[in-house]
Design a protein around this ligand. Structure first.
Ligand SMILES: *Cc1c(COP(=O)(O)O)cnc(C)c1O
Ligand code: SF4
Length: 349
């Protein structure tokens, strides 16, 4: 196997990750949503296991061609809160900045699958300057969250310039980066990249991982390099049918995170991204899993289970007090951070 990332059905077939009779369907999926699997993650996949939890996250499937009625192109309402291109400012004290639209790998359940990928537009120099000006002009922004796309795919030179521009803004106290790179492109985590993250402000790194099998030797070593540099690490997980939808899988994942110095931060209920119905489960299942975890693992291993309310109403912790069954139609009523309630899925009032 070469170390080039796999981007096509042909490469996936050659690597033994897909059978050749699936080719026409997978070509149709790849025409619609980006595909990229790195050697780092491919090497963790058990080829003989049809239910391999790493493969399920990255290897495209024909089911992605089916859009369910509840699904949305912009599932968490980013557009609604975007004052300038590349910025999403939904909560007063924190804003997202998306400097890049590419990822090291493309997750089949991605909530931004309509806006990430090689065919999508990245911010040009003028747009990035405008985004930074917006943050400078809004003194209420205490934290800037770099996401995308994967910010750690920027060259160390561009990353350093961006981090310094943000750290130089007086009212920005915290910079947070959300990334899959330490799991999916471990060789990018070089001394030069880590040095580019050094600044006077607190810089937190949120690492996205969904199964204990993702923590191979190369991933553990990359995480250790980041931890040794003094970067606080938190974990971000999506609850996914067929990947981690049982208490043992979640327990193992959160234990391996904490043992690798990553504090589990959020367990996301899967978003209503198009073509992802085969990954979704019921909120009742997620609540039951969280209750089981409470008894099974250390408090350090307990993330907050959250739903990003469709339409852009923000994240809300899913606890029995916040999610209640709607009468009659089998849907849910969700209370958001302002105390308003929303139907979930949308439209089932
Ligand atoms: C998720 C998200 C954040 C960060 O939320 P936290 O609860 O602080 O992790 C900020 N802005 C937007 C638009 C988000 O979607
Ligand atoms: S790394 Fe994040 S943004 Fe990129 S494809 Fe995966 S879920 Fe989407």
């Amino acid at each position: 196997m070469t170390s080039d990332p796999m981007r096509s059905s042909g490469a996936l077939i050659a690597a033994g990750l897909l059978s050749s009779d699936e080719r026409p369907q997978i070509d149709a999926v790849a025409a619609r949503y980006a595909v990229r699997i790195t050697h780092d993650v491919a090497s963790l996949i058990e080829r003989d296991d049809a239910r391999d939890p790493v493969a399920r996250q990255y290897v495209p499937r024909g089911e992605e061609l089916r859009d369910a009625p509840d699904e949305l192109a912009d599932p968490i309402g980013d557009q609604r809160w975007s004052p300038v291109q590349g910025v999403v400012h939904r909560y007063p004290d924190r804003a997202l900045l998306m400097p890049i639209h590419a990822c090291a790998v493309y997750c089949r359940f991605c909530f931004r699958r309509e806006t990430v990928g090689p065919g999508k537009t990245a911010l040009n120099r003028a747009q990035l300057a405008a985004a930074l000006n917006y943050i400078r002009d809004h003194r209420e922004i205490w934290e800037v969250i770099l996401t995308g796309g994967d910010p750690l795919l920027l060259s160390p030179r561009r990353l350093r310039a961006l981090i310094h521009a943000l750290a130089d803004i007086d009212h920005v106290a915290v910079i947070r980066i959300h990334s899959r790179v330490p799991m999916a492109a471990t060789r990018r985590v070089t001394a030069e990249l880590i040095e580019a993250l050094a600044c006077d402000k607190a810089l937190w790194l949120a690492i996205h991982a969904n199964h204990a099998n993702e923590f191979g030797p190369a991933q553990r070593a990359a995480i250790l390099r980041l931890a040794r540099a003094g970067i606080p690490l938190v974990g971000q997980t999506v609850l996914l049918s067929g990947v981690n939808d049982n208490a043992a899988a979640l327990e193992n994942l959160f234990r391996v995170m904490v043992a690798n110095r990553i504090k589990p931060y959020y367990l996301h209920h899967p978003d209503l991204a198009r073509g992802t119905a085969h990954f979704r489960l019921d909120i009742a299942q997620g609540l039951a899993l969280c209750e089981q975890l409470r008894g099974r693992v250390s408090g350090l291993c307990q993330p907050t289970y959250v739903l990003d309310i469709p339409g852009g109403f923000g994240k809300v912790p899913l606890t029995p007090g916040h999610a209640t069954r709607a009468e009659g139609d089998g849907g849910w009523r969700i209370r958001d951070f302002t105390g308003n309630t929303h139907a979930y899925p949308p439209g089932c009032d």
